[in-house]
Ligand binder design. Structure first.
Ligand code: SAM
Length: 289
């Protein structure tokens, strides 16, 4: 349905802000942030710094995840009374793994015109540098923090024919990569971290190669991880069980038995088959070392 707006009703601008480099703010964003009556910000202190940098003095109101429902009611009332409001998050595009959707939905339902201002997002910046030739992807936001839930989510996408895109924090990137290796196999992948910042880092390689870059390191910066589609589950497993075993052998203290149990559970395969394979791999890597 078309958005309608009578002159007496305000407008809600959804404004993307930089994810690192302040030069990425758009001219339109600067104008709107100056002109609106109020800026609803995820963290007012954070946004205040951005506004100070650009000499903008528009009043701020906090709009954060835990208060979304309550604050949205209040903001919709202001919009209905004719105020214009800009919604921003700490970085990037509001509503993309950030608060915003609740207000947008309620405002639209109340008849307010929503105006999105395109601009920075880690998602599109990472995708633009990933080289996904067929152009299809599935954005899954932040994966669950708990291993079991994360593996369960990944296993739902074993057959997915699209690149999978995740946001991840530096302290969980190893765990995510290890689970991707265990559940989806050693696929080709790409990460973009510290986008638009001084230590911007783009890496393409297999999951095990990326894992080798993060394991045991103090990882800095937030990540966007893009995982290329696999062939089929069984093929991926067949090709990659040895790789996974080698990774466990080199990067964990787990016994051969425990590793076999874990991989068999993760991949839904027979423990004795994995155990036999593990004996071979363990023997080889012992000879090599
Ligand atoms: N709304 C934001 C957007 O449009 O990109 C995303 C907000 S979400 C809370 C934060 C996550 O986005 C980070 O954990 C990271 O995965 C990703 N991210 C944000 N800034 C980034 C950057 N400069 N480089 C890489 N990833 C970034």
């Amino acid at each position: 349905m078309n958005q309608t707006n009578s002159n007496s009703v305000g407008m809600l601008y959804v404004v993307a802000t930089p994810i690192g480099n302040l030069e990425d703010i758009t001219l339109r964003a600067l104008r709107i942030l100056k002109e609106v009556d109020l800026i609803a910000a995820e963290d007012t202190r954070h946004t205040k710094q951005l506004l100070n940098h650009f000499d903008i003095h528009t009043p701020l109101i906090s709009y954060y995840r835990e208060k979304e429902a309550e604050r949205s009611e209040e903001l919709v009332q202001k919009l209905l009374a004719g105020e214009t409001i800009a919604l921003v998050s700490d970085a990037g595009t509001p509503g993309i793994s950030d608060p915003g959707a609740v207000l947008v939905k309620k405002a639209r339902e109340a008849g307010v015109t929503i105006v999105p201002l395109p601009g920075p997002s880690a998602l599109t910046a990472a995708l633009s540098a990933a080289g996904i030739v067929d152009g299809t992807f599935l954005f899954l936001g932040f994966p669950p923090a708990k291993k079991g839930q994360r593996q369960k989510l990944l296993s739902a996408f074993v057959e997915a024919p699209w690149a999978l895109v995740f946001y991840e924090s530096p302290h969980r990137i190893d765990a995510l990569l290890a689970d991707v290796l265990a559940v989806l196999g050693d696929r080709q992948a790409f990460w973009a971290r510290e986008l638009s910042k001084l230590y911007e880092d783009l890496q393409a390689g297999s999951i095990s190669q990326l894992l080798a870059l993060t394991t045991g390191k103090k990882n800095r910066g937030e990540f966007v991880l893009i995982i290329q589609p696999g062939s089929s589950r069984q093929q991926a497993i067949g090709e990659n069980v040895e790789e996974i075993l080698r990774w466990y052998k080199e990067n964990t203290e787990l016994s051969l038995k425990d590793v076999s149990r874990q991989i068999a559970k993760d991949l839904g395969l027979s423990r004795s088959d994995i155990y036999q394979k593990a004996l071979e791999v363990w023997a080889v890597t012992n000879e090599e070392s």
